[in-house]
Design a protein around this ligand. Structure first.
Ligand SMILES: *[C@@H]1O[C@H](CO)[C@@H](O)[C@H](O)[C@H]1NC(C)=O
Ligand SMILES: *[C@@H]1O[C@H](CO)[C@@H](O)[C@H](O)[C@H]1NC(C)=O
Ligand SMILES: *[C@@H]1O[C@H](CO)[C@@H](O)[C@H](O)[C@H]1NC(C)=O
Ligand SMILES: *[C@@H]1O[C@H](CO)[C@@H](O)[C@H](O)[C@H]1NC(C)=O
Ligand SMILES: *[C@@H]1O[C@H](CO)[C@@H](O)[C@H](O)[C@H]1NC(C)=O
Length: 524
């Protein structure tokens, strides 16, 4: 029993058991004769980019036998049907294997360096027998939450007779729906039987919001006697394969969720799978938000086609895991919701420097916030916005590096670039208790470098010099309250139009930050 629990824990939290920065798919499924393409991620340091990449098969005794490597080695088992390609530009390598057989099922590793070093990721490959297309069974393969139409032909003599669909459960067919109006309770509200107009010798059964439990063998039938027409259907309901997402600790991730126009007006959610099939809401369009994401999450307004995105900044180790987005009127995962899935990996060998996540200031004093940005993008426009939790979260801009400042902040807010050192500084003077809150540092370039900082207003003298409070990622950064905010180097934008244009650029180029046009600078 203990072993069972342990196995479950390992299955659910595989990231905890290893600190390896290599990431790939935990499970790959395919059928005989098909091919697979397996992508493995590594931190794109210059050493990693050039080092050997391999794919090996784990043996019973713990060893791992190389099947293919980036040095040109290909085992005889893979001769002519596999290749390994390195993409140093984005820190990935891809293993393609064709002509799969059931013998290829097993446990593998993809990794860097030599097999025994542990800089690797465990991948399990499962190759199953292809669906037998015997006895004129029609195979329907449909994604979870979607719709299937099962077509059932019949002969003229059965045109006036009862039409029905059965599901094979165990040894027996169980009636699902028939033309007399019966509907099995498992399908209530999501199934219908259509009989085509006269002359058409076909009826069809449409099942919506497919569930995993709908998968199986079906039989449609016209007529009940020995002259009845029968047709078999094999329904396969696919769970979406999670898309792999590899991000740096302290960085930012964006989940784009496009579930199709059919659910454009249904409530949307992003949830994180905890144990088993439970999925805890991270954020939804009904206004719910998990406390762990306070200040560092935004749900982008939906497009007309119902697609939306969720941005999370300040990634933490514990954010790693399986995320699902979906649509359901309850705003959370329910059976039959269409979903999309991601597996998020948080690379602890982050290129994003540590910066204070909490900055304390005293009323009447000032704070200086350091915002890291990707050094390669010194020319990007830098922004600072105020996170608002209302509704689905927004982040209206307060200041940018082009000299624009939101009207209410004129004279007490400035953004200073220090070219070349990979940080910009935002100084906010004449603090009041209303300035407490979460602020985001962003640029119109690399979207991974978005960071969140919380400003806390504490009791005290407004003339404190920069002091460390001892808290690991906290400090008090107060400058003299009389300090004038330095004039930015560039000419201050004067016209409202210019500021609006800059704001539109910002929305276009980082369309994932939720903000509605009316919250822009023009409301000033
Ligand atoms: C990495 O780069 C290659 C080649 O540019 C591209 O085909 C591949 O899709 C990229 N992979 C990821 C995960 O971005
Ligand atoms: C690698 O293998 C895949 C699948 O077998 C094939 O489509 C692809 O062309 C191969 N690439 C190279 C560079 O040989
Ligand atoms: C095909 O039909 C035959 C005879 O009706 C039956 O014995 C066999 O089990 C069927 N095979 C499958 C895969 O359904
Ligand atoms: C209906 O659901 C129950 C419980 O999940 C299941 O045992 C039964 O086999 C289902 N019946 C059909 C026709 O799907
Ligand atoms: C950049 O310069 C500022 C001000 O001189 C300094 O406080 C900060 O630590 C520097 N940042 C880095 C990453 O060197």
């Amino acid at each position: 029993m203990l072993l069972f629990v342990l196995t479950c824990l390992l299955a659910v939290f595989p990231a905890i058991s290893t600190k390896s920065p290599i990431f790939g798919p935990e499970e790959v499924n395919s059928v005989e004769g098909n091919s697979v393409s397996i992508t493995c991620y590594y931190p794109p340091t210059s050493v990693n980019r050039h080092t050997r990449k391999y794919w090996c098969r784990q043996g019973a005794r713990g060893g791992c036998i190389t099947l293919i490597s980036s040095e040109g080695y290909v085992s005889s088992k893979y001769a002519g049907r596999a290749n390994l390609t390195n993409f140093p530009e984005n820190g990935t390598f891809v293993v393609n294997i064709a002509q799969l057989s059931q013998d290829d099922s097993g446990r593998y590793k993809c990794g860097l360096g030599i097999n025994s070093r542990g800089l690797s990721f465990d991948v399990s490959l499962e190759v199953s027998q292809g669906p037998g297309l015997l006895n004129d069974t029609k195979v329907y393969t449909v994604d979870l939450g979607r719709t299937v139409t099962i077509n059932c032909p019949f002969k003229t003599e059965n045109a006036q007779k009862r039409k029905s669909l059965y599901k094979q459960i165990g040894l027996y067919p169980v009636l699902v729906i028939d033309s007399s109006g019966y509907v099995n309770p498992n399908y209530t509200g999501r199934i219908r039987l259509d009989i085509q107009g006269t002359g058409q010798l076909l009826f069809s059964v449409v099942i919506n919001q497919l569930r995993l439990s709908d998968a199986g063998q079906y039989l449609c039938q016209a007529g009940d006697d020995s002259n009845s027409n029968k047709k078999n259907a094999d329904l396969q309901v696919l769970k979406p394969e999670p898309e792999l997402v590899y991000e740096d600790l302290r960085g930012s991730v964006t989940f784009h969720c496009a579930l199709g126009p059919e659910v454009a007006n249904v409530a949307k959610f992003l949830c994180r799978q905890s144990s088993g099939e439970n999925c805890d809401v991270v954020v939804n369009t009904l206004g719910k938000r998990a406390p762990a994401f306070e200040g560092r999450i935004l749900l982008n307004p939906q497009d007309k086609d119902g697609s939306f995105s969720v941005v999370i900044t300040g990634l933490r180790k514990e954010d790693a895991g399986r995320y699902l987005c979906g649509a359901h009127s309850d705003g959370q995962l329910q059976e039959g919701s269409p979903i999309q899935a991601w597996q998020l990996f948080v690379n602890e060998e982050s290129t994003i420097p540590r910066s204070p996540t909490v900055v304390k200031g005293v009323a009447g004093g000032s704070v200086a916030v350091l915002c890291p940005y990707n050094r390669k993008e010194s020319k990007s426009i830098k922004y600072w916005c105020l996170w608002e939790g209302a509704q689905n979260g927004r982040c209206p801009l307060l200041v940018d590096s082009e000299g624009w400042v939101k009207a209410q902040y004129e004279g007490r807010l400035s953004l200073l670039e220090e070219p070349g050192n990979g940080t910009f500084t935002v100084i906010l003077n004449q603090l009041t208790s209303r300035d407490a809150g979460f602020y985001w540092c962003l640029t119109n370039g690399d979207t991974l470098w978005r960071t969140t900082v919380e400003i806390k207003i504490i009791e005290g003298e407004p003339n404190l010099k920069e002091t460390s409070l001892g808290g690991k990622e906290e400090f008090v950064a107060t400058t003299e309250s009389t300090t004038e905010t330095k004039e930015p180097k560039k000419a201050k934008r004067s016209s409202k139009e210019e500021a609006e244009m800059a704001y539109k650029d910002f929305l276009l180029q980082s369309s994932t930050v939720a903000a509605e046009a009316q919250d822009g600078p023009q409301e000033a």
